[in-house]
Design a protein around this ligand. Sequence first.
Ligand code: APR
Length: 184
Amino acid sequence: MNKLAVHGKNLELILGNITRHSADAIVNAANSRLVGGGGVDGAIHVAGGPEILAECDRIRSEQGGCPTGGAVITTAGRLDAKFVIHTAGPVWRGGGIDEAGLLACSYRSCLELAEKNNCRSVAFPSISTGVYRFPIEKAARIAVRTVIDELKRRAIERVDFVLFTSADLAVYEKVLEEAARDMQ
Ligand code: APR
């Protein structure tokens, strides 16, 4: 299953590169210092151009970066989006320091900020499941369930998860199916 309707809104799973995706807001799996990095963060800065990092630098000097589970918003530069929303997901350290709660917080913070900025569509990568080593199935379950809950109460019409590998997509498909069953 790769699509779910939630209260007339759409959640969709897509295989691809998020830097080529079109949405009002594209989410970046960043770090707390907003200094750029590898993975999806590196790809977004390369494709979007230097304006994005310049705004991250300004945010860091004004408010010291982005706490884990929080989110900040910048221009999307050359990306096909109005904004990039940067969130710092938790580093997986075995599950004992509320990594699950912090990951849910990341998704919620992004959607709250998207709504505040009148975004109707938001695209997420799989936050924390690369360099930060959050186990993919646990992370997918938190991602999908948190987004479903938020879609019910926010003025956001579409959320896409843009998954980079077919293995990740398969995990998200399984988790979406479970969540859809639970909604019935
Ligand atoms: N489009 C979509 N997904 C991507 C892309 C892309 N272009 N590139 C990588 N990914 C996927 C990875 O396959 C992984 O599933 O994004 C997911 C998140 O992986 P990371 O980018 O490593 O992010 P994360 O685990 O949250 O680690 C964040 O990595 O790059 C640094 O600055 C970043 O320090 C921060 C840390």
